[in-house]
Each structure stands twice: as C-alpha cells, then as structure tokens.
Design a binder for this molecule. Sequence first.
Ligand code: MRU
Length: 328
Amino acid sequence: MKVKVASGVQDIRAVWFEDGRLKLIDQRKLPLSLEIVETEDWRRAVEMIRDMTVRGAPAIGITAAYAMALAVRAGEEPKAAALCVKAARPTAYDLFYAVDRIVDAFAAGEDVLRAADAYAEEIVEKCLAIGRHGASLIADGMKVMTHCNAGALATGDWGTALAPMRVAHAEGRRFFVYVSETRPRLQGMQLTAWELLQEGIEHAIIPDSASASYMRDGVGLVITGADRIAANGDFANKIGTLDKAILARHFGIPFYVAAPISTFDPNAADGSAIPIECRAEEEMTCLGGQRLAPLGSRALNPAFDVTPGSLVTGFITESGIIPPGGQF
Ligand code: MRU
C-alpha cells in the first residue's frame, strides 16, 4: 500500500502496480473519501483515464504505460492497443509519450511490465528533480499562487508545480499558497488543498475570479503545471491558466511552468497544434448532480487553454529551468 497521507513529503502515490493489479486513488472521490480502485483489465484502465478517476498529465502517462503493459500481456496487438489508449484523452502529451515508450519496449523485446514500472519510477525521479530546481524560487515569507492540481495526485509522488513547494517546505521555508478552486471540476479546491493540508503547507482556497485581487496585493510567484508544451513555449494547461499568466505579466509577477520533458511535444511547433479537450456541458450546468443552470441554456466547457510562451518566465524541468522556446 503506497497511500500514506498522514505526513511526510512523498507519501501520496496516485498510481501503482501491485500483486498483478493496477491500483489508483479514485480522484473523483477526494477529499471526502480516500478510495483505491484496482484492475487487471487494460480497457478498464483506459476507462479510468477517460472518466478522470486518474487525471493530471504525468499520472495519465503512468496509467497509460500500465494499460499498455496489461494489454500486451493479455495478447493484444500493441499498435492497436496503443491507438485505443491514446484516444482516452486528447491534450496531455504524457499519454502519447508513455504509450510510445511501451510500444518501443515491446519492439525491443523488453518485459513490458518492467518497462512500465521503470517509466513510473522515472517520472517520480523527474518530479523530485523539478522540486529541487524550482525550490530556490520560493523565498521565506513569499505568497505563491497555483491553479488546478499539479501535485502528487497528478504526477509521480512529488508533483510538478507542487514539487518546488514541497522541497522548499522540507528545507524549512515558510510561505503561503493561494489555491484557485479551478472551476468546473474543482481540482484546486478538492485535490491541491487536500495535498497541501497533508504536507502542513499554509494555504487558502480562492475563487478563480479572485486571482487579480490577490496578485495585486502581493503574490510573489505563480507556478502551474502543463498538459502539453509546444516547441516555441506555448503550452496548454487547465482552463484559467491563461488568465493567470496575463495577470502575472500585468502585475510583474514571475510566472513559471513546472513539467517533465515528457510533457514537451516536439511535433507541436506552437500552441495552435495542441488539441483542446471539450468536456460535457453538465460539468458546468450542474453541481453535485443537481442542475443549477436554466433548462435550455447551453454551456461551453473547454478543459484547457493555451498560454503563449511569451508570458512564461521559465519552465522548471528535471534538467533545470529553461526559457520559453529553449532547448529541452
Ligand atoms: O483535466 P485534468 O485534471 O487532467 O487537468 C490537469 C491539469 O491541467 C494539470 O495542471 C496538468 O495536467 C499538469 S499536472 C502535473
């Protein structure tokens, strides 16, 4: 069991393989209940990516790697299974990167399950490295803002945007985190706040629409994750990230994006090449299963937006902090 949430820095693991089964924290249930779901069926693993039992680009990648390993072990033709796994969600590049890694491992005659384990461990190491590179950006007494959830739940153990906060906290610095709630699925309020609480990092949940006021009043740093980063530094992340980047530029606040190299899409020249997922209208019109919008009103629900690289101060990667459009 790898879910230890009482204290400590790397105790939350979102996805792991144990006793022949893929195990995941059901992120749709947090923070009200901590439930583990498990499967040995690769199609069910794909379904869990699609229905957001697991979400966040690197965690989607790890799940996809295991889904591929299960598919190959079940005798599926790897390229056909790869197409199916890749269709689970369109935006997070880690999904495509991870699937190709397992297809390549199979072609090289490697054990696919070992390859998936190695991929998961690699992401954990990369997240820790991101934390170490980014921690120096966080000064004692600083106010930091983040959006969505780019913590342990979304990645491998340490998080991407939350990794520098974890490391800075472990190094003894005190700082405060504004967690924007992240409408409509509330990943900030339900997941990031839950993780920061486990870590004992001071924070408050704010409405997405309060970002401007708090930035004006003294935010020193904004850090988000990314779902896909284009070669010129444009990147897709949870809807509302673009607003924060524009505001940060307006108020002269450094805006950093934390992501492993597996999130960089070398085939996307710029943000226009990034596919943006549009999700069900009901995520907008209903709350807690009850419709609150007028019957007959339509809703638009893009899950991500694209922020121009020109608004990014730097990308915090496992290889160090690189400028937008820099070599990765
Ligand atoms: O729709 P989600 O919850 O999968 O979106 C997640 C995000 O947008 C995260 O910020 C992103 O994947 C980075 S996770 C390290």
